[in-house]
Design a protein around this ligand. Structure first.
Ligand SMILES: [Zn+2]
Length: 496
């Protein structure tokens, strides 16, 4: 193989390894870190971020790229993609001063701990300067990249290449127009039903046993991954070592189950990316919207279906006989798909979920344009919540402080969840057209055909195409909110 290409791959692998250590330290910070060790960890994180930045901006990458680009036709199409994406990445990284990268990592670590304290204390004010600083860093970063006039678009581009605030605006407007009447209709019907879950007192050990059985059955390889506990569930790592987290509450057994299934969807994507290519675009995911489409499809279309529960209900009753005594199969299924407006995004049912995202997207746009000052976020949040969801937070713990994202400077990330829901619904239509009897598999506890479809159409494709282009190739239509609206109307129309 081309000598310059081999040198490029060697450098990309080196960078990928350092990045994976950084990820592991970040995972450890949220899962295991002793309370007095936070400052030390912030220094560790800043140091490793500096090393990763140095590896990513190594002059040898630039030299290899220049040589390869001068004779690009000598490379096959996959190699050309590797070069194309490595160039984008190299240009992005080398535009950032190392001091800036370290400053951002150090600040993220400090802001994370400020956020956990603020959330516990339900006090936004002490946390506000951390968001303001992140906002300033995000704008400075966009400036370095030449996106100074469109800093929010740059934040979106970082997570979801090809999307912009304008594209998302169009998709969300159409979604919102269809969603509001649907939500009103379902809310009215739901109000007539019990607002209390009948599920109480589920022992944590048995919850863990059940969710590990389920997620292994979906195809997650526990030989190359594990699940632990953290305050905010997440998934970290690449296919050779995937770290997922969940959280347990005795009276919320479905929360830990479905958040674990959600993270498993992310884990399956990572484990399905071509193993030999994790350091290059061929073995890397196609953005966070595509990532969320994986987690949301497993969580919602698959595991909240009747067919799925046909198979798993007997085992659920075996483990939790006492807790579900007197709860019929029908009641259990309704509970799994219960629609109850909540202030907390991660607890939200599917019907209201996208409204939580639209709220955050609108706020982020205004934060970046300067229309909204950081100090005024709580009021704007609460007003938006009341308008979109019909309920108002009583304190910031159930309002602006509920999400971890801004503490890491992850602006522009929230839209990925909603875009992921759209992609999931559109892909789901395509899968079922190809395999109309797919849910019959679920009823038998078999998920291999779906996983194989996702492997072939999404996972194995790496970053060859953007999420928008991939969806169009797979579903033969541009991304649209209509499949999601149809799916929601069908599933919840039959329940409410
Ligand atoms: Zn997710």
């Amino acid at each position: 193989m081309n000598d310059a290409y081999l040198r490029l791959i060697e450098r990309l692998k080196h960078r990928h390894l350092i990045g994976s250590v950084q990820g592991l330290l970040g995972w450890d910070e949220q899962v295991n870190l002793p309370p007095q060790s936070a400052d030390f960890r912030a220094e560790q994180m800043a140091t490793i971020a500096g090393l990763e930045h140095a590896a990513a901006s190594d002059g040898r990458i630039g030299e290899a790229l220049a040589q390869l680009e001068a004779a690009i036709d000598d490379l096959d199409s996959d190699q050309q993609i590797v070069v194309r994406e490595a160039r984008k990445d190299f240009d992005r990284v080398t535009k950032l001063p190392a001091e800036f990268v370290e400053e951002k990592a150090r600040h993220s670590s400090a802001a994370y701990h400020a956020w956990t304290k603020a959330r516990t204390d339900r006090e936004f004010e002490p946390y506000a300067p951390f968001i303001a600083k992140h906002l300033e860093l995000a704008k400075r970063e966009a400036d370095y990249q030449g996106w100074g006039d469109r800093p929010y678009d740059y934040a979106i581009e970082l997570h979801d290449p090809g999307f912009s605030a304008e594209v998302i605006d169009g998709l969300f407007a159409e979604l919102k127009a269809g969603l509001i009447p649907l939500v009103q209709k379902i809310d009215a019907a739901a109000a007539a039903q019990s607002s209390q879950s009948p599920l109480r007192g589920f022992p944590v050990d048995a919850q863990r046993e059940f969710l590990e059985e389920v997620t292994a059955k979906l195809g997650f390889d526990y030989g190359r991954g594990r699940i632990d506990v953290s305050p905010h569930p997440f998934c970290e790592g690449s296919g050779t070592d995937v770290r997922m987290t969940t959280r347990f509450q005795e009276d919320e057994p479905l929360d830990s189950l479905f958040s674990s299934i959600h993270e498993t969807g992310h884990g399956l994507y990572e484990q399905g990316l071509p193993m030999a290519d994790h350091a290059t675009a061929l073995g890397q995911h196609a953005g966070m919207a595509m990532h969320e489409s994986q987690s949301r499809m497993w969580e919602n279309q698959v595991c909240r279906s009747r067919a799925f529960w046909q198979h798993f209900e007997p085992r659920f009753r075996e483990l939790f006989g006492g807790q579900v005594k007197g709860v019929s199969s029908d009641e259990l299924y309704r509970e799994i798909n219960a629609v109850r407006p909540t202030l907390i995004r991660v607890d939200s049912d599917e019907v209201h979920y996208n409204l939580h995202i639209i709220l955050r997207f609108e706020l982020e746009k205004k934060l970046f344009s300067g229309e909204l000052a950081v100090a005024d976020i709580p009021t704007a949040w609460n007003d938006g919540c009341e308008e979109l969801l019909g309920c108002r937070p009583q304190h910031d713990g159930e309002g602006v402080l509920q999400d971890v994202h801004w503490s890491g400077g992850a602006f522009g990330y929230f839209p990925s969840y909603c875009l992921g829901n759209m992609i999931a619904a559109q892909n789901w239509n395509a899968v079922r057209q190809e395999m109309p009897d797919l849910e019959g598999d679920f009823a038998k506890g078999e998920f291999g055909r779906l996983l194989e479809w996702l492997r072939r159409n999404v996972h194995q494709q790496g970053k060859r195409l953007s999420a928008l282009d991939r969806v169009e190739v797979v579903t033969k239509a541009p991304l649209s909110p209509q499949p999601l609206l149809t799916y929601l109307a069908e599933r919840y129309g039959s329940l409410y």
